[in-house]
Design a protein around this ligand. Structure first.
Ligand SMILES: *[C@@H]1O[C@H](CO)[C@@H](O)[C@H](O)[C@H]1NC(C)=O
Length: 217
């Protein structure tokens, strides 16, 4: 008589789906957080204008897997590990409060070793990444920067432009180190207020967050 419940519980274990995320992300502003990070002492920030959905392939959501995907679209870690600028903080509404970015990345122009040093000189795409602890989704503050002659600041329209450049590379498909990626995109409003309110450098953005689902083929 004892074996019946044992068999039943074994069947339940086998039937349980592999642990997998069922939501793409949870809106930070539904839980006291924000899709604007904090960049300055007076509280201005940059828009977290791209989300890598938690429904992406699990490997893409790890630090190493995310870096490999970024390298497939010509972004990498900072020039020789140097940080140019202070970390920014964000509150993703996941109960952690404000936390520093996990990592900062720059365009590498197809050279993963030294290309990001070039970005620091000539400008290009740049992003900071945070991970939502409740879902595993990655929130990215993406911007396009000008060259050093321009003081290495965000380009005019640099938030929208940086986001759209990254998204078009992603959905074109890419590969790196033998891993091939495809991506789909959805536009989400209601996470950011369009305009310049609270936005660093007084650069207007359109309030749209692009949600990418990145899949390893
Ligand atoms: C990455 O850089 C290489 C070399 O400059 C270029 O051929 C390729 O098109 C770039 N890929 C993307 C996605 O920008």
């Amino acid at each position: 008589m004892l074996f019946v419940p044992l068999l039943l519980s074994a069947a339940l274990v086998l039937a349980a789906p592999a642990k997998r995320q069922s939501v793409a992300f949870i809106a930070p502003n539904a839980n006291g957080g924000s899709n604007l990070d904090v960049a300055t002492s007076d509280g201005l920030g940059e828009p977290l204008n791209v989300i890598v959905s938690a429904l992406s392939s699990a490997a893409v959501l790890t630090d190493d897997g995310f870096l490999n995907w970024l390298q497939s679209i010509n972004l990498s870690t900072e020039c020789l590990g140097l940080h140019l600028g202070d970390p920014q903080t964000a509150n993703l509404g996941d109960g952690q409060g404000f936390v520093d970015q996990v990592q900062e990345y720059r365009e590498d122009f197809g050279n993963t070793d030294l290309g990001t040093c070039l970005e620091s000189l000539i400008g290009g795409n740049h992003l900071r990444m945070w991970r939502q602890s409740t879902t595993g989704a990655l929130f990215l503050a993406v911007s396009h920067e000008e060259d050093l002659d321009e003081g290495h600041t965000i380009s005019p329209d640099g938030y929208n432009l940086g986001r759209d450049t990254l998204v078009s590379s992603a959905i074109a498909g890419s590969s790196h180190n033998g891993v091939t990626y495809t991506a789909t995109v959805e536009s989400v409003s209601g996470l950011l207020t369009p305009g310049t309110t609270g936005v660093n450098h007084d650069i207007s953005q359109d309030g749209i967050v692009k949600v990418l689902t990145v899949t390893i083929v």
